[in-house]
Design a protein. Structure first.
Length: 286
C-alpha cells in the first residue's frame, strides 16, 4: 500500500482538490481513501488507478454536497483555496501540474452540480475518456456526455472551445505591478477589458469587497487605491510574483505573513478577471 500511496498520491490529491476547491478537504479525502484501501481485497486493486480514483470521486461527491450548504452562509464571494506549485514538475510535489485546471476555471466550476463538476474534471483535467467516466460514476456513457455538455453550457464554454487559459507570463505580471506603482489610471485601464471583474474573498475575517467590482473604471480605481494603501506601509508590506495553481500570480506579504493571493485571467492580452483571496484560512499553502 505504501508503494501505491507514493505512486498515486499526487494524482489523487489533484483530482480531489479540483472536485472540492479545498486543499484541506482534498488531503482528508486522499488519506481517508488510502486508509480504507488497506482493507480492500488485493484482486480489487488489479487496476489501482481506476479503483482509487473512484473511491476519491465518491468521497468528494459527498464533501461537495455538504460544502454547498456551508457556502450559502459564507460572507461575500467564495473562491477556491490557492496552492503554491513549483515551476517545474517534481516527483515529490503534492500536485500534478499537467492535470490542473486554471484558477479561473476552478471558479467557474462552482456553477456546476457535484456530478457535472466531476464529469468535467475527469474529462478536461485528467483526460479520462467517456467509457472510463461512466464506469467510475456508475452511469451510462450517453448520460456522461450530456452532463459534460450541460457543464460547459453553465460555464459559458462552447462545445469546441478549449478550456486551457491564456498564459500569464511572469514578465506580464511584473509590468502590471509596475503600472500600479506608477499610479497612472489611464495606463492601468489600458490593461483591462471593458467588462473586467474583480472578485475578493475575505470570508468575513478580513477586509475585502463583499461584492464583485465590475467595469474597467471601477476596477482600475480599486486597484490603484489598494496599491496606494500598500505603498503607505512599504516597510511592512510587499508584493511579489509567485507560481500559484500552475500559473503566475501575485502574493502580498507582511514580513512572514501572507495577506493575499491574486490570480489574473487574461482575454486577448488584457485582464478579464482578477481573483483576490484574502481569507487567512485559505492562505496556509501559499
Amino acid at each position: 500500500m505504501e508503494e501505491l500511496y507514493d505512486q498515486y498520491r499526487a494524482l489523487l490529491f489533484t483530482l480531489a482538490y479540483q472536485l472540492t476547491g479545498s486543499a484541506a478537504d482534498a488531503e482528508d479525502a486522499v488519506q481517508d481513501v488510502f486508509v480504507k484501501a488497506c482493507d480492500v481485497y488485493p484482486e480489487r486493486l488489479e487496476e489501482p488507478k481506476a479503483y482509487l480514483c473512484k473511491m476519491v470521486t465518491n468521497r468528494c461527491l459527498n464533501l461537495q454536497k455538504s460544502a454547498r450548504k456551508k457556502r450559502e452562509m459564507y460572507v461575500g464571494p467564495w473562491l477556491p483555496e490557492p496552492i503554491r506549485t513549483p515551476e517545474a514538475d517534481q516527483l515529490e510535489t503534492t500536485v500534478v501540474r499537467r492535470d490542473l485546471l486554471s484558477y479561473a476555471m476552478l471558479v467557474l466550476l462552482e456553477r456546476l452540480s457535484p456530478t457535472e463538476r466531476t464529469v468535467f474534471v475527469l474529462r478536461e483535467a485528467l483526460g479520462f475518456n467517456y467509457p472510463e467516466i461512466a464506469e467510475l460514476l456508475g452511469k451510462r456513457e450517453a448520460n456522461c456526455r450530456k452532463l459534460m455538455s450541460r457543464a460547459r453550457s453553465k460555464m459559458g464554454i462552447s462545445e469546441d472551445e478549449p478550456v486551457a487559459a491564456e498564459a500569464v507570463e511572469q514578465e506580464w505580471v511584473s509590468r502590471f505591478l509596475a503600472s500600479l506603482e506608477q499610479g497612472n489610471v489611464d495606463h492601468v485601464m489600458s490593461l483591462l477589458t471593458e467588462d473586467v471583474m474583480l472578485v475578493a474573498d475575505g470570508g468575513g475575517k478580513v477586509t475585502a469587497y463583499k461584492r464583485p467590482i465590475q467595469t474597467r473604471d471601477h476596477v482600475a480605481r480599486a486597484l490603484l487605491d489598494g496599491f496606494q494603501r500598500i505603498g503607505n506601509y512599504q516597510e511592512r508590506l510587499h508584493l511579489e510574483a509567485a507560481h500559484l495553481n500552475g500559473e503566475n500570480g501575485i502574493v502580498i506579504r507582511s514580513r512572514d505573513e501572507t495577506l493575499a493571493a491574486i490570480f489574473i485571467h487574461l482575454l486577448r492580452g488584457k485582464i478579464a478577471r482578477l481573483y483576490a483571496v484574502r481569507n487567512p484560512d485559505k492562505l496556509a499553502r501559499v
